[in-house]
Design a protein around this ligand. Structure first.
Ligand SMILES: *Cc1c(COP(=O)(O)O)cnc(C)c1O
Length: 235
């Protein structure tokens, strides 16, 4: 077996165990394979092992890989910071965007989403750890932003996404993810929304995220190995 195939089996075991511990059906936790910086051949291998959803952070890199892999029925997720001038290509080439953090970008994505495609699934990225340097809207702003995004015709607001500051303590990881879950529940109640998605958990903290209700875990390193160029999650 190749390393990627072995890694996928290990990550699936971790997901299954975490879902069981949380008494959640394993089918409620999606595996989003984060393929940034990795070649199309790695994606092809993962697809052959049953992975269909892939997350990319850099538009040009993603478009090149999508062209190379056009023969496969892959579902592409954009998970990186979004510049306004990239909205057109993102709206045309992805099924999901996890990193919407301001209304201007949401409006452009909605305006530019082609009519021939279904509405673009979006998550609002929330700065749940409150670090000045990170992207994501402030939790206090999430209600207003969510209400405005939910009203855009060519977007389907699905839920919330967070990239917490790195932390080794499982209890603290859970407490942070619990804040995102509570925020989503509060928005559903106070804004009459139907958010069904929590995009949270990466290679080192997927167990804590699943314990707190993650519906997408975004896994890079544990599937594809270490990356050789930057891409701190929030770059
Ligand atoms: C790179 C990245 C990941 C994957 O992180 P790993 O620690 O390699 O699993 C997840 N989410 C986002 C937004 C990323 O940029």
């Amino acid at each position: 077996m190749s390393t990627i195939v072995e890694n996928i089996a290990k990550v699936r075991d971790r997901i299954r165990e975490a879902a069981q511990a949380a008494q959640r059906p394993v089918s409620t936790v999606g595996l989003l394979a984060v393929s940034k910086t990795k070649p199309a051949s790695a994606i092809r291998e993962a697809y052959a092992a049953g992975v269909c959803d892939f997350g990319e952070n850099y538009l040009q890199e993603a478009l090149a890989k999508q062209a190379e892999l056009a023969d496969l029925p892959l579902v592409w997720h954009f998970i990186g910071p979004i510049q306004s001038n990239k909205c057109k290509a993102i709206a045309e080439h992805f099924a999901w965007v996890h990193s919407v953090d301001r209304l201007k970008v949401a409006r452009r994505l909605s305006e530019l989403r082609p009519e021939r495609l279904p509405p673009l699934n979006v998550c609002l990225q929330v700065n749940i750890s409150g670090e000045a340097s990170k992207s994501g809207c402030a939790p206090e702003e999430a209600g207003e932003l969510a209400a405005a995004v939910a009203a855009l015709p060519r977007l389907k607001l699905r839920g919330l996404m967070a990239i917490p500051e790195p932390c080794d303590d499982p209890e603290q990881q859970r407490a942070t993810f619990a804040r995102l879950r509570s925020l989503a529940e509060a928005l559903n109640a106070s804004r009459q929304l139907a958010l069904d998605t929590l995009s949270m958990g990466m290679s080192h903290d997927l167990e804590a995220a699943i314990a707190e209700g993650a519906t997408w875990v975004r896994i890079g390193t544990a599937l594809f190995g270490a990356r050789d160029y930057p891409a701190a999650p929030t770059a």
